[in-house]
Design a protein around this ligand. Structure first.
Ligand code: XUL
Ligand code: MN
Length: 344
């Protein structure tokens, strides 16, 4: 933790080999144990997990074996002074999730997705996290005619309710994303995620995770998505990063594309005391060109930018902002904010 009270997290996938759909890996793999060493060095407090980041090959293990391995990962975290922030079921790689897990047209595949989520909840239990993140990667369509949206909404509701029933301690944070890998996802925005949670059987235990790049891909502003969720007390995690327009999901370093947009995310989080409710997750990826020995700078740079923007948010002359707002001099607000960001 730093002097502002924020805790930072990232997932092992954020130190990665650099493959993309058009080319192979360009950096060699680093083992999970090796990655753990970076957390403290880079100023991070917590690890975000996909279920199989914690328990590789879990599809071929019994529930008891899965719990046993998860327990040993918790010990490993303790050795490094780290904690687990959340566990997310990886419902997008297994052959039975090719056309979605919870919303697959095949009932056996839907059942598999639910079972997998229960195992992910077991892992969360053993690893010491009370939060499960649902990024609903393949819950959507390539072709509108291929799935029934009304039924699919019901399947998603059923999945959330089943997880809530299965583990009465777990909280769920739904991470919306409008597209990629699907053409269109069923839960593209904060509003979709919040309504699903609020209609669930235990709304107190369902919230959201806001990822900057996903909001931008949806044509929305991340700070508004943050603030809307915070009004309802539902923002339980974030994946801050940046994104240069509506193209593939870039996961660029936080603030690297649009400094003012990043400032506003930090401002809304800080004004609403986010440090009291959640960790600052940085879902950032090194650019593919980055040499292996220096392929963690995206993480430390993002963290540094977040803290510098906290300072800029706290030092903003809010009386001046209020009087300019009162006078409806929004042109002056523009230059006032730009000057503030430029250190004037
Ligand atoms: C996908 C994405 C994932 C989730 C975790 O775009 O953001 O990293 O955040 O599964
Ligand atoms: Mn994410």
């Amino acid at each position: 933790m730093n002097k502002y009270g924020y805790r930072f997290s990232f997932g092992p996938w954020n130190i990665h080999e650099g493959s993309d759909p058009f080319g192979p890996t360009v950096r060699s793999s680093i083992s999970f144990d090796e990655k753990l060493k970076y957390y403290g060095k880079l100023g991070f407090d917590a690890v975000q997990f996909h279920d199989d980041d914690a328990v590789p090959d879990m599809e071929n293990l019994s529930p008891a074996q899965i719990r046993e391995i998860a327990k040993s990962v918790r010990k490993k975290l303790e050795d490094y002074g780290l904690v687990a922030e959340f566990v997310a079921p990886r419902l997008w790689e297994h052959p039975s999730t090719i056309d979605g897990g919870y919303t697959s047209n095949n009932p056996k595949e839907r059942a598999h997705a639910i079972e997998r989520s229960k195992r992910a909840a077991d892992i969360a239990d053993e690893i010491g996290a009370d939060l499960m993140v649902l990024w609903l990667a393949r819950e959507g369509t390539y072709l509108r005619e291929s799935k029934n949206i009304v039924k699919s909404a019901g399947y998603l509701m059923e999945a959330v309710n089943t997880i809530l029933d299965y583990n009465p301690k777990i909280r769920i944070a739904i991470e919306p994303k409008p597209n990629e890998p699907m053409d269109l996802a069923y839960i593209p925005t904060m509003g979709h995620a919040l309504s699903l949670g609020m209609a669930s059987k235990d709304p107190k235990r369902v919230g959201v995770l806001m990822e900057s790049a996903h909001s931008i891909l949806a044509g929305l502003d991340p700070s508004d998505e943050i603030g809307y969720a915070m009004y309802f007390g539902k923002l339980w995690s974030v994946h801050l990063n940046d994104q240069n327009g509506a193209k593939f999901d870039q996961d660029r370093s936080f603030a690297s594309v649009d400094l003012r947009r990043a400032f506003n995310q930090v401002r809304i989080l800080d004004e609403n005391r986010y440090w009291e409710v959640g960790m600052v997750g940085l879902d950032v990826k090194a650019i593919r060109t980055q040499p292996a020995e220096i392929a963690t700078k995206h993480l430390s740079n993002s963290l540094e930018m977040f803290l510098r923007l906290v300072e800029l948010s706290r030092s903003l002359d809010r009386n001046k902002l209020a009087s300019l707002t009162e006078a409806r001099d929004y042109e002056e607000i523009d230059i006032f904010i730009l000057n503030h960001l430029m250190g004037k």
